[in-house]
Design a protein around this ligand. Structure first.
Ligand SMILES: NC(=O)c1ccc[n+]([C@@H]2O[C@H](COP(=O)([O-])OP(=O)(O)OC[C@H]3O[C@@H](n4cnc5c(N)ncnc54)[C@H](OP(=O)(O)O)[C@@H]3O)[C@@H](O)[C@H]2O)c1
Length: 327
């Protein structure tokens, strides 16, 4: 197999090679190709993580195709940040779960052998056998009761849902409507709003009504047949995001009580903090927050995973499993 030099990497290439899905250009799922690349090397305050699972989110598909769905200002910003003609960091992937293989010399929070999970954020790099993250990043010990696949299904939806629900001022006793309730963010938002003591109504497609009720929604609305009741909700979370139609935007607004608050998951850059990840861990270990997994694909079928997520109707999360030749 061809070994490609990571000229775009700021790391020195040393040691053996690893498998990674490399995004060769912005474009359709086929631009993702599994290749041998040099192993990353941790700096003093970084850990080298042996990745066992990652996930493919809506965001991953937008990054891969170069942001074609975004309005021009956002498209320009995205290209400036991620690379104008192709991704500057060609190994995509925002979420990882696995084990610390090696800790840099000044690392204090983790040691080799710790099971960890978290977000790579703008570093990307999770579609690979190994990645380096700063110990101060959005990284924590994995919930003790979850497998690596399950742990990889928590951070993206959970952190986004928590951020935007907090932004909406979520409180106990409120009536909350979650639109896009069957997706990664929506499925976490239902559960988090319930943990806060809210009454949750979930809007999703017809095949997902049972799923959202099982996650704790008191009522479920099939958005293809029924509108949400007008003037009823203290907080509306639009977890459909950038794909929403103008009719859906109107439906979200009219569902609010006069003093109610509308929050869209596309309303600004979310803060994904270590504190929030610790909160998700505690809820998962208490059995209050359960990851929803739709499908699993091995790393070498990453293009199929992107094709499926691109259909825009996954249930919860799509997981990438990362097999290792030496366990
Ligand atoms: N601010 C940020 O930085 C940031 C970061 C990440 C993501 N986001 C936004 O978050 C969005 C959601 O991400 P996700 O990963 O949770 O997506 P996802 O898992 O694909 O879920 C999308 C949800 O939208 C629903 N949906 C699809 N088409 C719909 C329509 N026409 N009308 C109503 N609902 C519809 C789906 O319901 P059914 O399948 O049941 O029909 C599903 O519940 C992304 O698209 C992006 O815009 C923003």
């Amino acid at each position: 197999m061809q070994v490609i030099p990571l000229r775009w990497s700021r790391r020195s290439a040393e040691g053996p090679d690893m498998k990674a899905a490399v995004c060769t250009a912005y474009g359709p799922p086929e631009v993702l190709q599994v290749r041998d690349v040099p192993n990353p090397v941790p700096r003093a305050r970084e850990v080298l993580i042996k990745i066992h699972a990652s996930s493919v989110s809506a965001s991953d598909t937008y990054i891969r195709d170069g942001g074609s769905i975004f309005p021009l200002p956002l498209w320009l910003l995205m290209r400036l940040v991620l690379g104008t003609r192709r991704p500057r960091k060609p190994i995509l992937g925002l979420v990882l779960a696995g084990k610390v293989e090696r800790a840099g010399k000044d690392v204090e929070r983790f040691r080799a052998g710790d099971r960890v999970y978290g977000m790579t954020s703008l570093r990307l790099g999770a579609y690979a056998e190994y990645a380096c993250l700063k110990e101060t990043g959005t990284l924590a010990r994995s919930p003790s009761n979850l497998t690596d696949d399950e742990a990889a299904a928590l951070p993206y939806g959970g952190l986004l849902a928590l951020h935007f629900l907090e932004k909406g001022g979520l409180r106990s006793g409120q009536r909350v409507l979650v639109y896009g309730a069957s997706g990664a963010i929506g499925s976490a938002a239902i559960q988090i709003a319930r943990i806060y003591g809210a009454q949750v109504t979930a809007a999703c497609g017809p095949t997902n009504l049972d799923l959202v009720k099982a996650l704790g929604a008191e009522a479920a609305i099939d958005y293809t047949r029924t509108s949400s009741p007008p003037g009823h909700f203290d907080l509306v979370l639009d977890a459909v995001g950038i794909r929403k139609t103008s009719a859906l935007k109107v439906a979200c607004r009219t569902a609010l009580t006069p003093g109610g608050k509308y929050v869209s998951v596309d309303g600004g850059v979310p803060r994904m903090t270590r504190d929030h990840l610790a909160q998700l861990t505690a809820w998962a270990e208490a059995g209050k927050l359960k990851p929803v997994i739709d499908r699993r694909y091995p790393l070498d079928q990453i293009a199929d995973a992107h094709r499926y997520v691109g259909q825009k109707h996954k249930k919860g999360n799509v997981i990438i499993t990362v097999p290792h030749a030496v366990a």
